[in-house]
Design a protein around this ligand. Structure first.
Ligand SMILES: Cc1cc2nc3c(=O)[nH]c(=O)nc-3n(C[C@H](O)[C@H](O)[C@H](O)COP(=O)(O)OP(=O)(O)OC[C@H]3O[C@@H](n4cnc5c(N)ncnc54)[C@H](O)[C@@H]3O)c2cc1C
Length: 410
């Protein structure tokens, strides 16, 4: 059967839209499908660091994103028990600003950019239900459009950029490579009337087994995110029965030596609270004969890392590069699959394991507390510590800096 397209992508948010743009710019004919109709929200607290800002500028959508009444953030603040580690966001590719842009804006602006790119056909409101095979080669998809019409499309490559619960991943039997369950529940809400902590910051507070994350988002609102152990059943029940009260009590009652309670007191919740009760960090096989996965479909790590959007965009670019370099359309699937997997692992595996550690939500030990105090007292250590989170440097650079400081003290 003659394919209609070079590539069909299921899922049109960060991973799918970026992949479509990268491939179309290289001359591929792309069909981009999503069951959602945009603008559309999704379960995400939508914050990204400056490494993502750099990617969005490169794609050509940053200026438009910055017209969405969003607050620029240039400072990261961690407070572990009573120790504050705070500093300017280390630069990445010349960018020094983080943002929190609601997905109704971010995904829609990316998708509009894809729609205006030659060689891309977009169908919204299209639910993919099956993948089609020619012998062992994946060669198409079947699905249903908004008018309940059942349709089939064929392509040389079928991509699942369809998120954490990827159907494409299941239908192509992608192999699970690593799995690490989280032990926490996450809840978040958007509030108006929360003043900044002296200036806009990305704020993370950790006390015993509880965590709170605060950051300004569009239209002068704040996103407030909390997490706590799943085994705390009574707290889970409270959140299920009375989400707003529980979130407020959690934030105002658990972080005494912070400004949170004071800043929350005149706030108004602007939409219903959302939550995620337990999740898995995972890594799947990313490519096989006639298929590939991108974004959360291939790898998911703890949302507290705030790198899911980045990794979805950057991972999609890596997939596009792999296809272009591998003699498309005369691609050798095994060779390309190996290259794709290796490139993803090289770029993201270290942070994936960091995400797995974060998901364990272990209280801060006495030794860790001593290290935190040492970091806080040395600006060079603060910089390298913060740089782990926005990919400005590797964890090994931070360890080297700590070693240097210890040597200089002893
Ligand atoms: C609670 C929570 C908070 C988070 N907070 C952050 C954060 O602050 N910062 C950050 O960087 N990351 C965050 N993340 C992670 C981030 O949201 C994801 O990593 C990112 O959205 C992945 O993008 P994606 O394009 O791979 O998938 P998604 O954004 O999940 O998009 C998948 C798309 O596929 C479509 N789709 C699925 N199945 C089908 C089908 N059968 N047919 C047609 N279409 C289909 C869906 O409609 C959807 O539009 C968070 C995640 C969670 C769960």
């Amino acid at each position: 059967m003659i394919p209609n397209y070079d590539v069909i992508i299921t899922g049109a948010r960060c991973a799918g839209a970026t992949l479509a743009i990268s491939l179309a710019e290289a001359g591929f004919q792309v069909l981009l499908l999503d069951r959602a109709v945009f603008p559309s929200d999704t379960l995400s607290t939508n914050t990204f660091f400056n490494n993502t800002t750099a990617l969005l500028r490169e794609i050509g959508v940053l200026d438009q994103l910055l017209e969405t009444h969003v607050t620029p953030v240039k400072i990261i603040k961690f407070q572990f028990e009573d120790t504050v580690i705070e500093g300017p966001i280390p630069k990445v590719a010349g960018e020094d600003t983080a943002y929190s842009i609601r997905r109704t804006y971010l995904d829609d602006i990316l998708l509009q950019h894809a729609k205006s790119t030659e060689n891309i056909t977009v169908i919204e409101g299209f639910r993919v239900t099956d993948v089609l095979y020619d012998k062992d080669l994946v060669s198409g998809i079947r699905g249903e459009n908004r008018s309940k019409q059942k349709l089939e499309y064929r392509a040389r490559l079928i991509v699942g950029a369809d998120g954490r619960n990827s159907l494409v991943r299941k239908l192509v039997n992608s192999q699970l490579k690593i799995k690490s369950p989280s032990t926490v529940a996450v809840y978040y809400g958007y509030f108006s009337g929360i003043p900044h902590d002296s200036e806009p910051k990305f704020e993370v507070y950790k006390r015993k087994d509880k965590m709170a994350i605060f950051f300004p988002t569009n239209h002068n609102q704040y996103a407030a995110v909390v997490n706590f152990p799943l085994e705390n059943k009574s707290l889970l029940e409270n959140f299920k029965e009375a989400p707003e009260n529980s979130l407020r009590q959690f934030l105002m009652g658990n972080f005494p030596n912070t400004s949170i309670a004071d800043r929350m007191k005149d706030s108004t919740l602007t939409e219903s609270i959302k939550g995620l009760i337990g999740y898995e960090n995972y890594w799947y096989q990313g490519m096989g004969k006639g298929w590939a996965l991108a974004g959360d479909a291939v790898c998911f790590k703890d949302p507290a890392m705030a790198q899911g959007i980045h990794d979805a965009i950057r991972g999609a670019q890596i997939l596009a590069d792999t296809l272009i370099k591998n003699n498309w359309p005369a691609i050798q699937w095994e060779k390309a699959a190996e290259e794709y997997q290796q490139s993803l692992e090289k770029e993201f595996m270290v942070r994936f394991y960091m995400g797995c550690e974060l998901s364990k939500n272990e209280p801060i030990t006495v030794q860790q507390d001593a290290v935190n105090k040492m970091i806080a007292a040395h600006p060079s250590a603060v910089e390298k510590f913060l740089g782990i989170y926005n990919y400005a440097n590797e964890p090994s650079d931070f360890e080297k800096e700590l070693g240097r400081i210890i040597d200089s003290i002893s």
